[in-house]
Design a protein around this ligand. Structure first.
Ligand SMILES: CC(C)(COP(=O)(O)OP(=O)(O)OC[C@H]1O[C@@H](n2cnc3c(N)ncnc32)[C@H](O)[C@@H]1OP(=O)(O)O)[C@@H](O)C(=O)NCCC(=O)NCCS
Length: 168
């Protein structure tokens, strides 16, 4: 695990049922922060669109799904959850039989910039190594400076990407 700047000991553990409430609490805080930031910076159109579409909470079923996969983690100081990463394995992306898809990472505001995010990514890399899973794919919002720098620091090759979505 990388060195952190925290005074207390940080532990990274697999996501379990007992963590759901705290994980959801951090998620709600991040969503509020994001919408507030769009509004205060005057990006009204983006704010209106995001406010209408963004999930305000992490449904229990979704957390159960991630916990079952075994490759999502929480960062703990004592028993307090201070951050989390949601990851799922995918079969046959391109020619790779198994890929880890890193979907969402968040660290509570008061614990940022102290190495918690890097420690969560490091836990996912160890999991991939132990399970012989090669590529890791991250869609952790590369437009966001914090996640772009974090991924680059953690050794990811951050590329531009576009996604085409179809639904009826
Ligand atoms: C992105 C996020 C998870 C980073 O967590 P963190 O615990 O603060 O990250 P770390 O302390 O491990 O940071 C590691 C490096 O990433 C970079 N970094 C982190 N936050 C940054 C920011 N806001 N701006 C630019 N670089 C940043 C820095 O280089 C940092 O190293 P340094 O502190 O030694 O300079 C956190 O900012 C967060 O939860 N943001 C809100 C949710 C979000 O945007 N998630 C990503 C989209 S899914």
């Amino acid at each position: 695990m990388p060195q952190t700047k925290l005074k207390q000991k940080l532990q990274i553990k697999p996501l379990k049922t007992i963590h759901y409430r705290s994980v959801d609490g951090i998620y709600r805080g991040v969503v509020k922060e994001y919408l507030d930031e769009l509004q205060t910076s005057g990006r009204q159109r983006e704010f209106d669109r995001e406010r209408a579409t963004i999930s305000r909470a992490l449904p229990l079923k979704e957390l159960e799904f991630y916990a079952k996969q075994g490759c999502s983690f929480v960062a703990l100081i004592g028993r307090r959850v201070v951050g989390f990463i949601l990851v799922q394995p995918l079969d046959w992306v391109g020619s790779a039989p198994r890929t880890l898809w890193l979907e969402y990472i968040a660290v509570g505001r008061e614990h940022r910039h102290q190495g918690v995010g890097l420690s969560l990514l490091s836990a996912v890399k160890s999991y991939a190594r132990q399970h012989d899973i090669q590529p890791m794919l991250a869609t952790l919002n590369v437009d966001n400076a914090a996640s772009r720098v974090l991924l680059t620091k953690s050794g990811f090759d951050v590329r531009n990407w576009m996604i085409a979505v179809y639904s009826e």
